[in-house]
Design a protein around this ligand. Structure first.
Ligand code: AMP
Length: 436
């Protein structure tokens, strides 16, 4: 199937052809005609599936290019959890819409608001914004919604996990009733569905990856390791396996700086991005990473959200994330849209419950590899696929104190018998899954 069958017109088809997309991805095949027909949508689709184009292309198609642009009036609003993702989406809007007479802007906090206000006065058709700055602009009457036709909430699960629910509700309250609403999320948790009901009207539900499993082109493996040998192990892998590039996820900001200096002591040049770095610095580092000038980038989860690096071959979970959704998002940075990728996780003894929650979500255990010269002192037990954590706080630890997220669905609770004697059941459960 080609893009021309989806109801897109020539200027858009030409832009897509220029970029080199040949056939629509599954989410694009389903979402584009539905959005063009005016339906509200709730779509479960992870990053790397081409989901951005699946809403940007029909939005470009639907907006009338003959429309007289008015100051402070936007016609399409895309809400994104982070500035990096907002920039990414806006770059795509500009690329896909390069032959159309439409204007767009990415708007986020942490930078001077005045140039953004000026742009809104000049007239913006498609606004991609993070919730905080958007609300600020609304309160300052720098932006009005009386001409708004379409709203998209991208990575809704992530927005909830980041504690944006109050801001989002305040924004929704100000939108005109007569609008088309689209919600995209990697996972459709209970909270996401609740939000979808508030935003959408009789929405069509599209699920591309029902369990939000990772794309099959990503080879996932893990290494059990003691916490104090992680940096030596990483340096060893980079050198021994001659890695060209890697995005390395770490839990804490100060840990990122420390790891960079540990790598550099071993002759490996690396950089880090985290919330404390200025927007300008983050943008510069990201662009150097994309161009290949920086080969190893250590990033905290939030900072790395939405990074789209065309050919990224490898991500490393130096620290295993607390939430299965986060794991899926992270590994979605590699193996994107057909390219193959590798996702390597370092798992220490304290990560056992998180690992079980992640593997339960994936529906399979992750292959373990042993690395010569790195024997573990504190072994990580064999994984249990339907493990039910006794201490829910650990597996369900929210990413911020304001979190509204939930990971209730992360473990399969059907077979509670495993709880009492997990190891005995492990093989049975795994064989069942592998044998499917
Ligand atoms: P996304 O899921 O929106 O983050 O997109 C992931 C990557 O896939 C981006 O680098 C897009 O440029 C690329 N992409 C999107 N649609 C297609 C397509 N139909 N064919 C090839 N690549 C695509």
């Amino acid at each position: 199937m080609s893009f021309s069958k989806l109801g897109l017109s020539d200027p858009i088809l030409k832009a897509i052809a220029d970029i080199g997309y040949k056939t629509p991805t599954p989410i694009q095949k389903k979402a584009i005609p539905a959005i063009l027909s005016g339906k509200d949508l709730v779509a479960a689709s992870q990053t790397g599936t081409g989901k951005t184009a699946s809403f940007v292309l029909p939005i470009l198609e639907k907006l009338d290019t003959e429309h007289t642009r008015r100051a402070k009036r936007i016609r399409a609003l895309i809400i994104s959890p982070t500035r990096e993702l907002a920039e990414q989406i806006e770059t795509n809007v500009a690329q896909y819409g390069q032959y159309l007479n439409l204007t767009s802007m990415a708007m986020y906090g942490g930078v001077d608001a005045d140039p953004q206000k000026q742009r809104l006065i000049e007239g913006v058709d498609i606004l991609v914004a993070t919730p905080g700055r958007l609300l600020e602009m609304i309160y300052q009457r720098a932006l009005h919604f009386d001409e708004l036709e379409i709203i998209v909430m991208d990575e809704a699960d992530r927005m909830l996990n980041m504690g944006f629910i109050d801001d989002i509700n305040k924004i929704i309250d100000r939108l005109p009733e007569d609008r088309q609403s689209l919600l995209f999320s990697a996972t459709l948790t209970k909270d996401v569905r609740f939000l979808a009901k508030t935003v959408n009207n009789d929405a069509l539900e599209i699920t591309i990856s029902p369990k939000a499993t990772a794309a099959p082109s990503i080879e996932q493996w893990l290494i059990t390791v003691d916490k104090d040998t992680k940096s030596a192990l990483l340096s060893h892998l980079i050198k021994e396996q001659q890695w060209d590039q890697a995005l390395i996820f770490i839990e804490k900001k100060h840990g990122a700086a420390k790891l960079v200096s540990q790598l550099e002591k071993r002759g490996i040049k690396a950089e880090s991005i985290h919330g404390d770095r200025s927007q300008a610095m983050r943008a510069k580092i990201l662009s150097d990473f994309k161009s290949g000038e920086i080969k190893f980038l250590v990033a905290t989860g939030v900072a790395a959200r939405g990074i789209d690096i065309g050919e990224l071959t490898r991500v490393v979970n130096y620290d295993l994330p607390f939430r299965p959704e986060e794991y899926i998002h992270r590994i979605g940075r590699t193996g994107r849209a057909g390219a193959t990728g590798e996702a390597i996780s370092f798992v220490a003894m304290g990560d056992f419950k998180n690992l079980c929650a992640i593997e339960s979500r994936l529906g399979h255990i992750i292959t373990r590899k042993e690395i010569e010269g790195f024997p573990v002192r504190k072994t990580v037990p064999v994984s249990i696929l339907n493990y039910v954590p006794k201490n829910k706080k650990i597996a369900n630890k929210p990413s911020s104190p304001k979190s509204h997220g939930t990971t209730k669905e992360t473990s399969n609770r059907k077979n509670k018998s495993t709880k009492k004697n997990p190891n005995k059941e492990t093989n049975k459960v795994n064989q069942h899954i592998w044998g499917k």
